[in-house]
Write a protein that binds this ligand. Structure first.
Ligand code: SF4
Ligand code: SF4
Length: 178
């Protein structure tokens, strides 16, 4: 049964479902809550994450609850739920869309923010910014630095310019000079 206080407090509304429909995920409304997504989800086997519940909350319009829920980030985007959903709902894609909304709403996880900042600084989400990695590469017969933006400072500056222009720096609350 719905909690009357939530209804009176206007926590339920169709805005989130409408946003999803407008973005092309209108099939979410065809969900029959069968639970196949939850049953098949590898992330749910190890954590409190429940795909079916997430979809239900989104349909109920619990926007803040959905977007602020840290379990939203436990999905591995493996795509199994999407392959097996009997209503052909693009579950994985919808979860990625919800994550985008979550970040736009300011709920980015600290670890993800840290990776984003590294990406802005180095052009890599997983940079070779430690001598031990260069040494490991050399021990494997590789050049100490890969032929990516690590080796081409001009390319890095271009990446940084693009990130700034597209508003990525602002989105991830990066305050450096790059
Ligand atoms: S598998 Fe599809 S229909 Fe079933 S609960 Fe998940 S999203 Fe809904
Ligand atoms: S895509 Fe995400 S929600 Fe779907 S089964 Fe894989 S981990 Fe679970």
């Amino acid at each position: 049964m719905l909690d009357r206080r939530l209804i009176d407090g206007n926590k339920f509304n169709q805005k989130l479902a409408d946003e999803m429909a407008e973005a092309g995920y209108d099939r979410i409304r065809a969900c029959i809550q069968c639970g196949t997504c939850t049953a098949t989800c590898p992330a749910g086997r190890r954590t409190a994450y429940r795909t079916r519940q997430l979809i239900r909350r989104a349909l109920l319009g619990l926007r803040e609850e959905v977007l602020s829920d840290p379990t939203l980030w436990l999905c591995t985007t493996c795509g199994t739920c999407q392959e097996r959903c009997p209503r052909k709902i693009e579950v994985t894609d919808a979860i990625i869309f919800l994550r985008n909304l979550s970040v736009q709403a300011g709920y980015m996880q600290p670890g993800h923010r840290g990776v984003s900042h590294k990406f802005i600084k180095t052009g890599h989400a997983v940079p070779i910014d430690d001598e031990k990695w260069s040494k490991l590469r050399e021990s494997l017969g590789l050049s100490p630095i890969p032929p990516t933006v690590h080796s081409y400072p001009k390319a890095l500056r271009e990446v940084q310019k693009l990130l700034k222009k597209t508003g990525f720096n602002k989105l991830v609350e990066y305050e450096g000079d790059e």
